[in-house]
Design a protein around this ligand. Structure first.
Ligand SMILES: [Fe+2]
Ligand SMILES: [Fe+2]
Length: 269
């Protein structure tokens, strides 16, 4: 099974730039590649910060750009740069009946859980009691292995500003999922604008860098220092035994094909 995670598009209104880069062009480049090479994916998960300033024009732009492409089934949640009410006005299909941008979706012999960590008035994330109860109830349904997607991560990564705006109620989140830990195969986050991987309380996780600027690896600074790099999305491969995550950068790189030479012994790359 293949899943695509695309995160932090940070769209701005048509014709404008985000600190010198063009999020719309980056989104189009990623979607074109997903359409060309990953239509076999079971899901395309967009893990928040759909827009940079939560304006309606940027959500409508995201909707219109996405509609131009043939894509795997799309699941979208919100990040701290979003506003759930504006998001929901443009994407009512991505809000649950309780008003949150969370969803349980079928992945064959797996279950996908897309969570909503958005909290009014802060760049940090949190789950209120409604969302924690929703999560516990969804985890209690069935016995399939679970792949979990959300914007904010509960893990601290050593980058001061990012750790300051991480998921705030880590312990409550853990209490909700701990009874089901053996079924949670992997967690996928956004928000950090860096590729990061590891495990949190024994659960493997991956953070996808996303479409726009990346946060510099600087363990000293209290501010967020950005660096302009190419847009990333993740190609996730899952079978009954293993989970593999390929962070994939879109760039105009020269492709060097090395054809097998039957007259020479094969060499390692
Ligand atoms: Fe972001
Ligand atoms: Fe974020």
């Amino acid at each position: 099974m293949k899943i695509i995670q695309l995160t932090d598009p940070h769209l701005v209104p048509n014709g404008s730039l985000l600190r010198g880069i063009d999020p719309q062009a980056r989104l189009r480049a990623c979607l074109a590649e997903i359409e060309a090479h990953h239509l076999d994916a079971q899901a395309l998960v967009v893990s928040g910060d759909v827009t940079d300033l939560a304006d309606r024009a940027s959500y409508e732009l995201f909707r219109d750009v996405v509609d131009e492409f043939s894509l795997p089934p799309l699941y979208v949640t919100v990040g701290n740069h979003d506003r759930r009410s504006v998001f929901g006005a443009v994407f009512p299909q991505h809000l649950a009946p309780d008003g949150y941008a969370h969803k349980r979706f079928d992945l064959g012999d797996h279950v996908g859980l897309l969570l909503d960590t958005w909290t009014m008035g802060t760049h940090a994330g949190a789950f209120d009691r409604v969302r924690l109860d929703w999560l516990s109830a969804r985890l209690a349904e069935g016995h399939q292995p679970v792949l979990m997607f959300m914007h904010h991560a509960p893990v601290r990564v050593g980058l001061k500003r990012l750790d300051h705006i991480a998921l705030q109620n880590e312990d409550e989140f853990w209490e909700a999922i701990a009874p089901f830990k053996s079924r949670i195969r992997h967690m996928f986050f956004g928000h950090m604008h860096r590729n990061v991987a590891g495990s949190w309380r024994g659960v493997p996780f991956t953070v996808a860098a996303g479409l726009t600027h990346q946060v510099m690896l600087d363990f000293q600074t209290e501010i967020v220092r950005h660096v302009e790099v190419e847009p990333y999305f993740s190609v996730i491969l899952v079978n009954s035994r293993d989970v593999v995550v390929h962070p994939h950068a879109i760039r105009d790189a020269k492709i060097i094909d090395i054809a097998p030479d039957a007259t020479r012994p094969s060499r390692a790359l």
